[in-house]
Design a protein around this ligand. Sequence first.
Ligand SMILES: O=c1[nH]c(=O)c2[nH]c(=O)[nH]c2[nH]1
Length: 309
Amino acid sequence: MAKELEGFNFEQRHGKARVRVGRVWRSKDGCRHFMVEWNVNISLLSNCVAAYVRDDNSDIVATDTMKNTVYIKAKECSEQLSAEEFAILLGKHFTSFYPQVFTAIVKIVEKPWERISVNGQPHEHGFKLGSEKHTTEAIVQKSGVLQLTSGVEGLSLLKTTQSGFEGFIRDKYTALPETRERMLATEVTASWRYSYESVSSIPQKSLYFNEQYLNVKKALVDTFFGPPERGVYSASVQSTLLQMAKAVLGRFGDISSVKLKMPNIHFLPVNISSKDHGSIVKFNDDVYLPTDEPHGSIEASLSRFWSKM
Ligand SMILES: O=c1[nH]c(=O)c2[nH]c(=O)[nH]c2[nH]1
């Protein structure tokens, strides 16, 4: 919230970034373990202008206190919960415990620890690190008004055919040939906003948001690839991105908007020729030079008409 200060507009917030916490829960018999590793970012909007203007810290929640709160609340959570629920729980705490705090913004990135299988059997307490990360952001107001966003980052996808790019603008700067046969690779960053508008209206089902995270990820991945045998033709990253976004809004009624960032990670055709021997390697959709820069950057968001975002 902007405030007038000595003839200027002034906005401020403070918080603790990158608070890392691991939490283990055990089944009743103690045999099966469940674990999460979270990286928590807290940002509080509060009435503490005196600290800036008058060296008066009496309205400051120390960021060290915020850090401690993460561990204390993690300890108090005796049942496994999703990153979304933990973010909301922290947001509720900061906005209800401190009169000065009117909004809490809590972001969490969850490391993808996955239960390992040994000889095809899920291990009781063994985990390995997967690839893409589950993210969430809860913005909680003192009134209980909530904005909840979840996402995935680092979801690397690649298909070796069923992709092309034709009909784009051709001018004296253009060298790219048109093609109906190319590799398509990307690293998806997605975020989606849930339509729950207050902390009291979120689903009570245990681990609901973890389930939704897996469901949304599956919708994105399935749409990118198409059916296992035929696949689905992609006319551009743009076209595939929109189909993925539509799949999310089409399948999940409690999601009001979705944002997708899909870099086009190029695999360049390899052609090698020499003065003496002419063409040594002629590209035949077989040998590529993988690159990570430069890359195309394509992003879009899609929301329902009635959505606030
Ligand atoms: O799917 C694509 N979209 C583009 O906008 C683009 N631009 C480009 O050079 N190659 C591609 N591919």
